[in-house]
Design a protein around this ligand. Structure first.
Ligand code: C2E
Ligand code: CA
Ligand code: CA
Length: 575
């Protein structure tokens, strides 16, 4: 049957207990389609029993149902349907029109009754029209009460109801949901400059963009003035969250003509991490939003303090990092390390620098974590190692046996080729392995005891040194020192800075040096920046020092001058 697409088609469900009743209903309903007038085209289906009828009604695509059952059975069915939250108009065929017959059925939830002996297509049609029209009016009113008229999005009231339900479902299925409060930073300015019309245009445009960006299952609502609420499913590790938030900021910023680029701020709270109570979740997202706005807006922030705060800037950095090598934005600096007894330079730590056209000079403390989380650290780390090996070779050629210390992240071991690649690099440039030292944090050693033991052994077999970086900050478990072929400990600068005044730190540093020497390791103090520290470290037998006082991170040329000067003078460090 070909149906005119422009004509409204409504679905009618018929339920009857006997074949004869079912035939009568179907005949009546079938005649509806040919009823004269402008009415809808009724499409009829029949349910074989009450269970099936309930399932069909629950699925939500039926516009009305007409049932012809024994009074008691009908009453029970109506109750079940209404208890299940089914709001579809339900019409009941009754034996007669006596009050005693009809009242209990209406009370149980029937919308209309049709006395069996009066049942004609015309009566059925009229009753259906009334019921569905009432329903249409009801749902229009309901719609108005729950939606924002300007954007057509659900309002805060509906959102809160949807939120309740969505969180229940998420809990049952063990899913994580992100609640985002999105504030249009440019809104008030838009009102001032362009008036209400311009501001409304911004709102409708933003609503459209948000809806277009998100999945159909995500919730989008306009809560008030310039604020939208979103609820989206996110991965348990929240790895996708920052990207989604960045995309939202970008979408809202597109062809934004305010010129300033400050467009939106987003506060995020995650279910169940930051709360599993809907209202609290909303509160937390707002708190995070306020933080973003206080910090100048145009960014996003996660509420939970325990979670890493990943900012928009961080995401942009993550995207820029992989291409930074090709664009020659990286360079390295060398910070000398001095032997405390001979006062001569023993080694230099290779420190990476990123000069980005977008972010300026970025501290490695900021971009290394970003490179680690995207895996870009692998190629960047290899690049640094190559710079170190080349530099070491150049100094060797110039007559300086300078050890180069390179920071290595755990992510660089992924893929299992680290040791082979390093061996190849040393061979190509002809650098003796003992002139290279790898600095790894305690965290890397401890977390990878089982996994990386072979790797560390093959590195020492190769002849490169291993140093524990930031010693003292990571773990109190020292057992790993016995398991790994470590050569040096670098005491973290947080222990060195309070020396010698702080008794606690003096005791700790003394203990670390004693421990290091007992295990036959060299001990290096990091972050030395005054003379009193040097005297103290000398007195307690520390082997080497590194710090701004004796040498800042410098270019290869600058270090070269220092090395040359050292050969001429007896006292090397610039005091
Ligand atoms: P780190 O390994 O602890 O490196 C020492 C940091 O302390 C350097 O900061 C250095 O400039 C700074 N420093 C040295 N002496 C002093 C001092 O006397 N006082 C103070 N306040 N600071 C001092 P930088 O260069 O900003 O590097 C920061 C961190 O970034 C490094 O900490 C290291 O963890 C990481 N990093 C740097 N380059 C690389 C690299 O090539 N690969 C990896 N994976 N990480 C790197
Ligand atoms: Ca280091
Ligand atoms: Ca360090």
């Amino acid at each position: 049957m070909s149906r005119d697409e422009s004509q409204q088609t409504l679905h009618l469900l018929c339920l009857a207990e006997s074949t004869s009743k079912r035939n009568r209903l179907e005949a009546c309903a079938g005649a509806l389609t040919f009823a004269p007038g402008e009415g809808p085209d009724w499409h009829t289906s029949t349910a074989p029993n009450t269970d099936r009828a309930l399932a069909i009604l629950n699925a939500g695509w039926v516009d009305a149902a007409v049932i012809d059952l024994e009074a008691e059975q009908a009453e029970h069915f109506l109750q079940q349907a209404r208890d299940a939250g089914i709001v579809t108009p339900l019409l009941v065929v009754t034996a007669d029109s006596e009050t005693s017959t009809v009242t209990p059925l209406l009370a149980a939830g029937a919308d209309e009754f049709l006395p069996a002996d009066e049942l004609t297509p015309l009566l059925l049609e009229r009753s259906l029209r009334l019921c569905t029209r009432d329903q249409a009016v009801d749902s229009r009113l309901e719609y108005l009460a729950q939606h924002d008229m300007l954007t057509g999005l659900p309002n805060a009231r509906l959102f809160e109801r949807q939120l309740d339900l969505a969180l229940h479902t998420a809990e049952r299925h063990g899913r994580c949901m992100a609640l985002m409060c999105v504030h249009l930073d440019a809104f008030q300015e838009r009102v001032r400059k362009g008036g209400q019309d311009a501001a409304e245009a911004l709102l409708t445009q933003s609503a459209r963009r948000l809806r277009a960006l998100l999945r159909r299952s995500d919730l989008v609502a306009r809560s008030h003035n310039e604020e939208f609420l979103l609820l989206l499913e996110c991965s348990a590790e929240l790895s996708d969250l920052a990207l989604t938030a960045s995309r939202i900021l970008e979408t809202l910023a597109e062809d934004e003509d305010s010129g300033k680029g400050s467009c939106a701020s987003i506060g995020i709270a995650v279910f169940p991490h930051s709360s599993s109570v809907p209202r609290q979740l909303l509160e937390h997202a707002r708190m995070a939003l306020n933080q973003v706005r206080d910090a100048g807006g145009n960014d996003f922030r996660l509420y939970d303090e325990a979670l890493e705060v990943v900012s928009h800037r961080r995401v942009l950095m993550e995207r820029a990092l992989p291409g930074a090598i090709q664009r020659s934005e990286f360079s390295v600096r060398f910070q000398p390390r001095f032997d405390l007894r001979t006062r001569s330079i023993t080694a230099a730590e290779v420190l990476l620098r990123w000069n980005s056209p977008d972010f300026g000079a970025v501290s490695p403390d900021q971009f290394i974590p970003a490179a680690e989380s995207t895996g870009a650290i692998n190629r960047i780390g290899t690049w640094v190692l190559e710079q170190a090996v080349r530099a070491g070779r150049r100094w060797l050629d110039a007559g300086h046996r300078l050890r180069l210390a390179v920071n290595v992240s755990a992510g660089q071991f992924r893929g299992g080729e680290f040791a082979d690649d390093l061996a190849r690099l040393l061979k190509i440039h002809g650098l003796p392995a003992e002139l290279l030292e790898l600095e790894l944090t305690e965290r890397v050693f401890v977390a990878n005891v089982a996994e990386h033991r072979d790797l560390f052994t093959s590195l020492t077999d190769l002849g490169v040194g291993l140093a524990v970086d930031d010693f003292g900050t990571g773990y109190s478990a020292l057992a790993y020192l016995r398991h790994f072929p470590v050569h040096a400990l670098k005491i973290d600068r947080t222990f060195i800075a309070p020396l010698p005044a702080s008794e606690d730190d003096s005791a700790i540093v003394r203990a670390i040096i004693a421990l290091g020497h007992a295990l036959d390791l060299r001990v290096v103090a990091e972050g030395v920046d005054d003379q009193a520290q040097i005297r103290f470290l000398e007195a307690i037998g520390c082997d080497e020092i590194q710090g701004f006082l004796v040498g800042r991170p410098m270019t290869a040329e600058e270090l070269n001058d220092l090395l040359t000067g050292q050969d001429a003078a007896s006292d090397a460090w610039p005091a």
